[in-house]
Design a protein around this ligand. Sequence first.
Ligand code: GLP
Length: 281
Amino acid sequence: MEVLIVPDAAAAGARGARIIAALLRDTPAAVLGLATGETQRPLYVELVRRVHAHELRLAAATTFNLDEFVGVAADHPGSFRRAMRQQLFELVDVDPTRVHFPAAASVDEVPEVCARYEAAIEAAGGIDLQLLGIGEDGHIGFNEPTSSLSSRTRLKTLTQRTIDGARAVFSPGEPPRHVVTMGIATILSARRCLLLATGARKARAVAAMVEGPLTAMVPASALQLHARATVIVDEAAAAQLALAAYYRDVERCKPAWQRRADGDDEQAAAVPSALPAPSEP
Ligand code: GLP
């Protein structure tokens, strides 16, 4: 697992957006797995900025969101469809016909929705990059602790802790107990996973995910099985990592071809072009 430690949440968003921009530069029709949550906001702000600055196009991309509450209308303040529209889709050149959510109007519809979602991901050629956040208990998507590590898109019942976390956007009503989420195996099928975690309250889950045992009690630890998982954490979320100095060393020693693939050559490339052309000898 690659661990990139950056100063703060804004830097984590910018770094994640740079990786997504580099993917879209090389593969404009990439299939993106997207995530909601406060952690992702700075990343979407940066993607929007890049689109408006004509540095990035999303027009040919296809998107699949990780999860959605069951029985929540698309325009409800708690729905992930609304959050994604407000934070990204309405602000960029994304093609609405290429945007996908595992949205079910009722629990009865869930099996059909899940089967169709998995089939749609496969028909799109699989996910090139899956963006992820992490819950304080180590969940990814809505795969709560004890989720099967070989699960596919399916119905999940939320833990009380996750329900309480969602309370604000559903108030004065109650958050739904049921969600549809990509499974852990669905997430692991993506060609690359990119997880962002920021803030001190994520530090314990981050350490358990990266350095703890592989266990269904920490669903994010399943990323240890992925051949290409990148975790971007800010200093606060990295606070409990025993090998933080090593992760910084690994990053310092990255060869140029690895840097290019992640857009890390962007700044280096931008500087010379801003300088006056060298004079003829
Ligand atoms: C929810 C989402 C997760 C997200 C998590 C953390 O449970 N289903 O995908 O990672 O919240 O959200 P936040 O980034 O707001 O801390």
